[in-house]
Design a binder for this molecule. Structure first.
Ligand code: ADP
Length: 169
């Protein structure tokens, strides 16, 4: 009990001091996997300076996808969205680094690829909202929820890239 409290206080201190890097849940969707875009998407996050903490290929079940997208369950496209996401394997990842959630969204572009600027992942590789190749968490709260839905704590790897000090001050 006391140890748990100490761990929580330490995490809180680090977060307040800005020492806990942010994490985002990024997922290559079935169309991105089928089109051979996994490497391209991974490359963009690596080259930006983010650290890959977890990664796995999964053919997610419909109930799992319904849970992932539960905030959209009232939308008319929900059933099609779940069918699309269940149509093949996805590659689920946790990327960590400064402002990973907000910057990850900028790197992705808009939900509608046609509204996405060239240079973004969706702006460079797709044209349909229902085939937009990659998911990225839209807030730190969503990221935490999504990471714990897709990964067990032991699947998130603690490591430091040796180039770390050349990427962050
Ligand atoms: P984002 O993926 O950009 O966070 P949302 O959370 O709003 O966007 O939607 C989740 C996914 O649902 C989108 O990435 C897209 O695949 C699909 N989607 C969203 N809006 C529509 C729509 N109007 N028609 C069909 N599919 C949609």
């Amino acid at each position: 009990m006391f140890a748990t409290l100490l761990t929580l206080l330490s995490a809180l201190y680090k977060a307040m001091a800005g020492k806990t890097p942010e994490r985002s849940f990024i997922m290559v969707k079935p169309d991105g996997v089928q089109r051979g875009l996994v490497g391209e998407i991974v490359k963009r996050f690596e080259q930006r300076g983010y650290t890959l903490r977890a990664m796995k290929m999964m053919h997610a079940s419909k109930p799992h996808l319904e849970e992932h997208y539960k905030d959209l369950s009232s939308k008319g496209f929900f059933k099609d969205l779940v069918a699309y996401m269940n149509s093949g394997p996805v590659v689920a990842m946790v990327w960590e680094g400064k402002d990973a959630v907000k910057t990850g969204r900028k790197m992705l572009g808009e939900t509608n690829p046609l509204a996405s600027a060239p240079g973004t992942i969706r702006g460079d590789f797709c044209i349909e909202v229902g085939r937009n190749i990659c998911h990225g968490s839209d807030s730190v709260e969503s990221a935490n929820r999504e990471i714990s839905l897709w990964f067990k704590p032991e699947e998130i790897i603690a490591w430091d890239p040796c180039i770390k000090d050349w990427i962050q001050e």
